[in-house]
Design a protein around this ligand. Structure first.
Ligand SMILES: Nc1ncnc2c1ncn2[C@@H]1O[C@H](COP(=O)(O)OP(=O)(O)O)[C@@H](O)[C@H]1O
Ligand SMILES: [Mg+2]
Length: 411
């Protein structure tokens, strides 16, 4: 009998776990991705070279191949396409409007406000004048971002009118629809919550403390540590807000990955953004399993095939784990350093270090996608921090830069 077919949209390193799992489960895997050095292309049974956002083209492939399911994980850019294919074929998935809401920062703010949830003050900017008017009325720092992109591309902190004028058009170029949003900059600690949704029922998988780099306009986390060790009152508020957000946004099924910030002056917690997919950087594929025992790839595949009828049972907070990330400075790698030693540590569970090789030309980093990631586990937060320090001290990669030899940037 011919194998059932499952289509995975996206074939980058973070889609490899779900492609591998689908194969292991006995399905024929059909990957869709542009041509390029995407590792999923080498392991999928069949490949179609299409832009991940090409909704009609990918729908045609799904119909032609008579796939039994379509899914993605760990990337936002495929979320709407998956919903498009599901909507037009009747395959198990979420509807297109919900997928649009979860991939549009303006719509998320509007919906949160309608739901009566605490919402960061914001304004859609159709022109530089719109942005200037809002910034003047705010009277404090703002953040400017494209309404529909990911990976911190085109995101800027705005502290003066001059800076707003300088950044505005650049931000617009990062929006496929040419729209920017400006909002109040909240100072405070950041959290992330992942949950699992079946038949509109939402259950928390895990939640983390997020720590950002101190490099200006690099809005990326240097560590993300699970579970968060914030006070129980804040955690309760956080999980309640996440529940109200995900259910209020009308998500039928899948994984969610959402970022929150707690105003240090008022204690109020606000949504930054919510995604209708598992977290990238191996959060979905590796951290979720360490935290809960749930193999999210298997869950997503079964969900896409219409085989999940009820919420799975799982434990939470099984360990302390998370990721530590680093950038390499701009230049050329002359010595990869102690990658093998780092990998030999029993607490290192997964990494992206095979991306680093002698002669690698490292580019200036301006978004999260240039980060290198190491997944770490431990028995306590203290031990987790110590393990991360050990990795930082050991790695010792050397890059020849314009200013001489430099090592990884960890903070
Ligand atoms: N209103 C805000 N106040 C403070 N920090 C913010 C705000 N909005 C975004 N950030 C920071 O910028 C990062 C990137 O913004 P986000 O909206 O998540 O865009 P992206 O889709 O590029 O991740 C967030 O993770 C957060 O650290
Ligand atoms: Mg984000």
């Amino acid at each position: 009998m011919a194998k059932e077919k499952i289509m995975i949209i996206g074939a980058g390193r973070y889609q490899v776990p779900i492609i591998e799992k689908a194969k292991e489960m006995g399905y024929e895997t059909i990957a869709v991705s542009p041509q390029g050095a995407y590792p999923g292309l080498d392991i999928a049974d069949k490949v179609y070279y299409l832009d991940v956002r090409d909704e009609k083209g990918i729908l045609n492939v799904a119909r032609g191949e008579k796939v039994s399911g379509v899914t993605t994980d760990q990337t936002d850019i495929a979320v709407r396409t998956v919903a498009y294919v599901c909507t037009h074929t009747g395959l198990s998935g979420i509807d297109y409007d919900t997928a649009t809401l979860f991939t549009n920062k303006l719509m998320m703010r509007e919906r949160s406000r309608q739901l009566g949830l605490p919402t960061i003050r914001y304004k859609l900017c159709r022109s530089l004048d719109d942005a200037k008017t809002f910034f003047a009325s705010l009277g404090r720092s703002a953040i400017l971002k494209p309404v529909d992109n990911q990976g911190s591309r085109g995101v800027y902190m705005i502290e003066s009118m001059k800076e707003l004028e300088k950044r505005f058009y650049d931000t617009l170029t990062f929006s496929p629809t040419g729209q920017a949003i400006i909002e109040e900059y909240i100072h405070g600690r950041e959290f992330e919550v992942d949950s699992i949704v079946v038949n509109y029922e939402e259950k928390t998988l895990m939640y983390a403390d997020t720590d950002l780099y101190s490099i200006p306009n690099v809005f990326a986390s240097k560590t993300r540590l699970y579970p968060s060790v914030a006070d129980s009152e804040s955690i309760e508020k956080l999980l309640d807000l996440n529940h109200k957000t995900i259910t209020g946004f009308g998500l039928k099924q899948g994984l969610t990955h959402s970022e929150y910030i707690q105003d240090e002056e008022t204690g109020e917690i606000y949504l930054i953004e919510a995604a209708a997919r598992g977290g990238g950087s191996y959060i979905s594929s590796h951290i979720a399993e360490l935290q809960t025992g749930v193999n999210t790839s298997e869950f997503l595949i079964n969900l896409a095939l219409g085989k999940v009828k009820e919420m799975p049972e799982f434990e939470t907070g099984r360990c302390h784990c998370g990721y530590v990330t680093f950038y390499l400075p701009e230049g050329e790698v002359i010595d990869v350093g102690e990658i093998d030693k780092v990998r030999s540590f029993s607490f290192v569970k997964k990494d992206t270090l095979d991306d680093i090789y002698p002669g690698l030309k490292t580019l200036s980093f301006n978004d999260k996608t240039a980060r290198n990631v190491v997944i770490v586990d431990a028995g306590s937060r203290e031990e987790l921090l110590a393990n991360i320090e050990t990795i930082r001290k050991t790695l010792n990669t050397k890059v020849m830069t314009r200013n001489g030899i430099e090592g990884p940037i960890w903070r």
